[in-house]
Design a protein around this ligand. Structure first.
Ligand code: GAR
Length: 369
């Protein structure tokens, strides 16, 4: 019987919506992964249901949960999740959807009320979903999360006991990049050669099509994508939060930025303080920001190089961990110089990470509640 559970179809839900509308009633819509149900979910769903007269829950399919949350999720299959969800008092129908976003479902169902949980604001909702909701004339309701109850919390508690024993001595890395991915390739190679005792738990990019993601995929690594928003140097509030959630879920020790061209802010900066490193193509504090090789040429430098440093809220200003020098040759272009700088980066970054690990910094869960 459990595996026979059949979720509703979009047509079923659309019919339900139309019937309700004829009766002057409202259909509430909410969506999510709902992988490991807890009291916070139940209370949220009760509150959401109270906004109308019936509620449909759109569940992310197994494949879309993997895309959103990483390869270790979901813990429960879409069939099981749908069955448990449909048994709740607050839930009238469950549909399963395959996309990362619920946009097409919203367009098809045109719910009267859309409920979203958490510390979102209407402004920080996904842009496409918000546009679809506005086009459907749907009322948007943001409901507060129940403090202390979350799937990530539950999973972290379960892992807390593992941490003491799971000291296989490997640093769990998240590698974030936007570009060609040569530093990612160097980290992968250093791990394979046993020069860096680490494992790459996730890679994450703000560029859907990039060399970086291609290298991650080819190496069989989780290649997560986060839509950073319109400004190419900034991350929207929703994206900052999404990145934080990915890091937490993957229980990351160290966040490694390799040409990640958007500025990380809260909540990641505080939660991972002292555990975020960046590689930069200059001898910092000289030539911060973008185009560092070109700036070194323009300034007539005879020597430049690369820096591995800690990331703080101030751009390219955190504690310097290591540097390597590279001569500026006559006739160098930004490209030729940058290519020689990268050769040094590829050696320096894995070396710094490994030395860091050997000195006992930073252990998973250290300094965390
Ligand atoms: C690297 O040279 C890195 O130092 C630089 O982007 C490049 C990424 O190359 N980072 C910055 O300029 C940050 N301000 P990759 O994608 O081939 O690893």
């Amino acid at each position: 019987m459990p595996d026979d559970y059949t979720p509703a179809t979009i047509a079923d839900v659309r019919r339900l919506r139309d019937t309700l509308e004829q009766q002057g009633k409202k259909l509430v819509f909410t969506n999510g992964c709902f992988d490991l149900l807890h009291a916070g979910h139940v209370r949220y769903l009760e509150q959401a249901r109270a906004l109308g007269d019936a509620m449909v829950v759109a569940l992310n399919s197994d494949q879309s949960v993997r895309q959103l949350k990483g390869p270790d999720r979901p813990l429960n299959t879409e069939c099981d999740r749908a069955e448990v969800m449909s048994a709740l008092r607050a839930v009238d129908a469950v549909v399963v959807f395959d996309d990362e976003r619920a946009t097409s479902l919203i367009e098809a169902i045109r719910p009267h009320v859309y409920a979203k949980g958490g510390d979102y604001t209407v402004e920080s909702l996904n842009r496409e979903e918000r546009t679809a909701l506005e086009a459907a004339g749907t009322q948007i309701s943001i409901l507060p999360l129940v403090p202390g109850r979350s799937t990530t919390n539950t999973i972290n508690k379960m892992h807390a006991t593992d941490c003491a024993t799971a000291s296989n001595g490997l640093l769990r890395l998240a590698v974030l990049g936007s570009g060609a991915g040569s530093n990612l390739r160097a980290i992968i190679a250093a791990i394979a050669d046993n020069k860096l005792k680490a494992e790459i738990a996730i890679t994450l990019s703000d560029q859907a099509e990039s060399g970086f993601r291609e290298i991650a995929r080819t190496a069989g690594l989780p290649a997560l994508f986060v839509d950073g928003g319109d400004n190419p140097r900034r991350l929207s509030e929703a994206a900052q939060k999404e990145i934080f959630e990915h890091l937490e879920r993957a229980r990351i020790d160290v966040v490694v930025l390799v040409g990640f061209m958007r500025i990380l802010k809260e909540p990641v900066i505080s939660a991972y303080a002292g555990r975020i490193v960046n590689v930069h193509p200059s001898l910092l504090p000289k030539f911060k920001g973008a185009n560092a090789p070109q700036l070194a040429i323009d300034d007539g430098e005879l020597e430049t190089g690369c820096t591995v440093h800690l990331v703080t809220a101030e751009i390219d200003a955190g504690r310097i961990l290591a540097q390597a020098k590279v001569p500026v040759n006559i006739g160098d272009t930004a490209e030729s110089l940058h290519a020689r700088i990268k050769v040094e980066e590829h050696k320096l970054l894995p070396q710094v990470l490994n030395e860091w690990r050997e000195r006992g910094l930073p252990v998973r869960g250290a300094g965390r509640p």
